[in-house]
Design a protein around this ligand. Structure first.
Ligand SMILES: Nc1ncnc2c1ncn2[C@@H]1O[C@H](COP(=O)(O)OP(=O)(O)O)[C@@H](O)[C@H]1O
Ligand SMILES: [Mg+2]
Length: 312
């Protein structure tokens, strides 16, 4: 019996969200935000947090700076019962930070990677990561110290019998290389949004991009923002419509989707059930600020899940 349902190796940072700033940002003028949220950020940490809240046993290997930002992020994961016994600490680099400026339709995302970029294979306890049924990787391109070794990491975890999911998130260099194409051969579940699917497949047509990816990966799950989500497996396509919600912000919705989907996936649920639960977790995430605030309030998320499951 493995120690964990899911292990994750990934980044840990905080999000500072400034609401209500103008889309055009002039120089030298002091601009006042109408709202502020300081919350757990980073795709890997948000996914780990929400998985643990949903009841999945999660082991999270990450790198933390010796600073207040790192301590706050650590405490959030600890409170959600994520196992952090293999965390490593950097004495040279600080914990990363993302500043987000959500606007009506789009958002600005400014990230200082900090010590997440330092993490290499040498910082990962492979036996610990392998003591699980499944391994998840988020933010492929932010792991500058690890990208070149990612195919090797995946290969070793596959050899240990784990299934693997990956959400690349965006590539800040926009090259969509650095071993990601090679790593795909070890991935069981690929979890991009529509834009990332196109970039990864190098095809601007979403449908064609998804078809191409599904020839390389057994399960391709595509997050479609306000249009819901879909998946392709063995040539079969399944879609789920969006859940009607009053959106506070969509920050971390994709990561919450991953948590909901994988929570069911490791239980052996069918594709439709995984997709429905991912969609539910994602919609729930949008009802509070950032990616984890909705899940820090048990009454809120349980009530949301009950209300929106009953109608199906
Ligand atoms: N306005 C919305 N209404 C309902 N669900 C939403 C909305 N926006 C996002 N979601 C849910 O969040 C998921 C992830 O959002 P998306 O923006 O596509 O991913 P990412 O955060 O990775 O860019 C969607 O697949 C959907 O389930
Ligand atoms: Mg995403």
């Amino acid at each position: 019996m493995p120690q964990f349902d899911i292990t994750i190796a990934g980044e840990l940072n905080l999000d500072i969200i400034l609401y209500g700033l103008p889309e055009e940002l002039p120089f030298e003028q002091e601009l006042l935000a109408s709202g502020l949220m300081v919350t757990l950020g980073s795709s890997s940490a948000i996914t780990a947090h929400n998985l643990a809240v949903l009841g999945t046993r999660v082991g999270f290997v990450t790198r933390q700076g010796e600073d207040a930002l790192g301590r706050i992020a650590f405490d959030r994961l600890h409170a959600a019962a994520v196992d952090l016994t293999r965390i490593t600490r950097s004495s040279t680099a600080s914990t990363g930070l993302t500043v987000l400026l959500p606007h009506t339709r789009q958002r600005r995302i400014l990230t200082y990677p900090g010590c997440m970029a330092e993490m290499t294979l040498a910082h990962l306890d492979l036996a610990y990561l392998a003591s699980s049924r499944h391994f998840h990787l988020s933010s492929f391109f932010l792991h500058r110290g690890l990208v070149a070794q990612m195919p090797e990491l995946f290969q070793r975890l596959k050899a240990a019998g784990l299934t693997i999911s990956m959400d690349t998130n965006d590539d800040p260099t926009d090259r969509w290389e650095d071993g990601v194409q090679e790593a795909l051969q070890f991935v069981d579940v690929l979890m991009p949004n529509e834009r990332e699917a196109c970039k990864l497949a190098r095809n601007e047509n979403v449908e064609a991009a998804i078809r191409q990816l599904s020839e390389r990966v057994p399960v391709v799950v595509v997050k479609r923002g306000a249009k819901g989500a879909m998946a392709v497996a063995k040539g079969k396509e399944v879609s789920v419509p969006p859940i009607p919600v009053e959106v506070v912000d969509p920050i971390g919705a994709g990561d919450s989707f991953n948590a909901g989907f994988l929570h069911k996936y490791v239980q052996g649920a069918d594709l439709a059930a995984c997709l429905t639960y991912g969609n539910l977790a994602a919609a729930c995430s949008t009802t509070r600020a950032g990616g984890t605030e909705a899940f820090r309030d048990p009454e809120h998320w349980k009530q949301f899940f009950a209300a929106h499951s009953a109608r199906r």
